[in-house]
Design a protein around this ligand. Structure first.
Ligand SMILES: *[C@@H]1O[C@H](CO)[C@@H](O)[C@H](O)[C@H]1NC(C)=O
Ligand SMILES: *[C@@H]1O[C@H](CO)[C@@H](O)[C@H](O)[C@H]1NC(C)=O
Ligand SMILES: *[C@@H]1O[C@H](CO)[C@@H](O)[C@H](O)[C@H]1NC(C)=O
Ligand SMILES: *[C@@H]1O[C@H](CO)[C@@H](O)[C@H](O)[C@H]1NC(C)=O
Ligand SMILES: *[C@@H]1O[C@H](CO)[C@@H](O)[C@H](O)[C@H]1NC(C)=O
Length: 465
């Protein structure tokens, strides 16, 4: 074989293996995640790459002119992606890839996905300094690991990111307060929130207000997403409610504290994220201005890798974008970014869902709160039980503690069914006088717990380092 033939044959093998890979492996291994796109240098090679990409994304064009135009844009984007990836300074720094947006010019992308967000002026009135416990926050938090985050969605060609941010924040607090993870209806917000503009864009603040005023929001299952403007269904169910909406004071510390308690809605300028395919994004090409936000999304955690601190952000551009649909964006940066990278700190909001009791702090690593009934005549003071440490008759589980009206109690899970006690739980007095040398009913006498070691590596980034 001549060397040209050999080269073409090798290229053929490479493309065949790309094609096979793209069907056999999850999207992280498909072409958009590859760093080595720069080996496609000749126009002919790029054309073949384009065809593989088209196949992978099921993209067809109506006529040869359109295909030629898209190929031209693809070629330009590929060159840009290669240039930017070549400038990366570390393995954790963000990378770009040929994702599903690779045949759109940055201008078209901005037109379709990045309309500037109007923020309401009354937002300031909801700004508060967090009065929750903000001391000794964990090094990292990932609400996905705690089961408080639903699947990444794809908004399609409808600028409903704001609606997915709001459903995500409510899904999170609902899981934390009640224990149930329920996927909620973004379509209801698109159709019904009078202060937003459906598929033409919106902002979290108004949409939380709609859910509060409406007395709740329906589930995705009952009121599914269509990616189109629709008329508001009057018979929508009010499945999950929230009680209030607050806005973080704008500080890095305030945002960190709040994210340690629940997922938080934020807005950023997402110019620069069209081809984002993973790693920690430091804000190349986005605006520092607090009023230039173009995307509403949801912080679901934070962490750090190699000294670089980041937020974990859930987006609604599908799982094929970014790190399986997520963005890692740098946090705690210098004053060069007065509102954080891409102004992520500028307008962060979160829903409040009352538990009836206020916070119930749990021991151990589980931060789940328990939705205890409002009436609190239920604290058992030990009538009729023995004070003796050797008279135990029941083994059960303390899952938390709290106090009400100065009376301190343990929250105890029993195994006598939900019809017994407070939905199956017992509230028993704690921190009592010496009359009870081992606590009420000798509950302190023999308390045991298992240990489970955790590895500290970041599951998100470990594949890259
Ligand atoms: C959707 O509705 C909003 C008004 O709520 C309007 O501004 C927008 O143009 C509509 N979009 C489409 C695609 O019809
Ligand atoms: C920001 O970084 C500094 C220096 O590394 C650290 O001391 C501080 O705790 C960080 N603040 C937050 C809110 O993470
Ligand atoms: C984005 O930023 C990088 C470096 O900061 C620069 O080289 C590149 O030209 C910018 N891209 C655009 C489209 O402005
Ligand atoms: C339980 O204790 C209460 C008050 O201490 C007492 O009045 C009651 O008779 C006791 N019941 C039994 C079954 O011992
Ligand atoms: C017990 O109660 C006292 C007095 O109210 C309080 O100072 C103390 O912190 C409590 N101890 C525990 C372990 O809750």
């Amino acid at each position: 074989m001549s060397s040209k033939m050999t080269k073409l044959f090798l290229l053929f093998l490479v493309l065949v293996s790309f094609t096979c890979l793209s069907f056999a492996l999850p999207s992280a291994y498909s072409i958009h995640g590859r760093d080595k796109l720069d080996k496609f240098s000749s126009e002919e090679e790029v054309l073949q790459l384009f065809q593989v990409w088209q196949k992978e994304h099921g993209r067809e064009y109506s006529n040869p002119e359109e295909k030629a135009k898209r190929f031209h844009i693809f070629q330009r984007n590929l060159r840009y992606i290669n240039e930017m990836n070549a400038k990366r300074k570390s393995l954790t720094q963000h990378r770009l890839g040929l994702n599903k947006f690779a045949d759109m010019s940055p201008e078209e992308f901005a037109e379709t996905y990045l309309k500037q967000i109007e923020m309401p002026s009354n937002m300031e009135s909801r700004k508060v300094q967090d009065d929750d416990d903000c001391q000794n926050l964990p090094e990292s938090v990932d609400w996905r690991e705690k089961g408080a985050v639903t699947e990444v969605r794809d908004q399609g060609e409808c600028q409903s990111h704001w609606a997915f941010s709001v459903t995500g924040a409510i899904e999170g607090i609902n899981k934390i307060v009640t224990g149930d993870l329920v996927t909620l209806s973004a379509q209801e917000l698109v159709d019904c929130d009078p202060a937003s503009h459906g598929c033409a864009g919106g902002f979290y603040f108004n949409a939380f207000g709609y859910v509060i005023d409406n007395g709740g929001i329906d589930t995705e299952e009952n009121y599914p997403y269509t990616a189109k403007n629709g008329s508001c269904r009057v018979n929508a169910n009010k499945v999950v409610s929230i009680d209030n909406l607050l806005v973080v004071d704008g500080t890095e510390e305030g945002l960190l504290c709040r994210v340690s308690k629940q997922p938080v809605s934020v807005s950023i300028d997402a110019t620069g994220l069209q081809f984002y395919s993973g790693g920690v994004y430091g804000g190349d090409n986005c605006s520092k201005n607090s009023r230039s936000a173009t995307l509403v999304c949801l912080i679901v955690g934070y962490g750090s890798v190699g000294g670089e601190e980041y937020w974990i952000v859930k987006n609604s551009w599908g799982k094929e974008w970014g790190e399986n649909g997520y963005l890692l964006i740098k946090r705690n940066v210098s004053d060069e970014w007065p509102y954080g990278v891409c102004a992520i700190n500028a307008a962060a909001g979160y829903p409040i869902k009352e538990t009836g009791l206020g916070l119930v702090h749990l021991t151990g690593s589980d931060v789940k709160k328990i939705d205890t009934p409002k009436h609190m005549q239920g604290v058992y003071g030990g009538d009729n039980c023995s004070k003796n440490s050797r008279s135990a008759t029941l083994v059960c589980l303390i899952v938390g503690y709290g106090s009400v009206g100065g009376e301190e109690y343990w929250i105890v899970k029993n195994s006598w069914g939900k019809e017994w006690g407070e939905n199956g739980y017992l509230l028993i007095k704690r921190n009592v006088s010496d009359e009870w040398p081992y606590g009420v009913c000798a509950i302190n006498a023999a308390a045991g717990y298992p240990i489970k070691e955790v590895s500290s590596s970041s599951p998100l980034l470990s594949a890259d380092i």
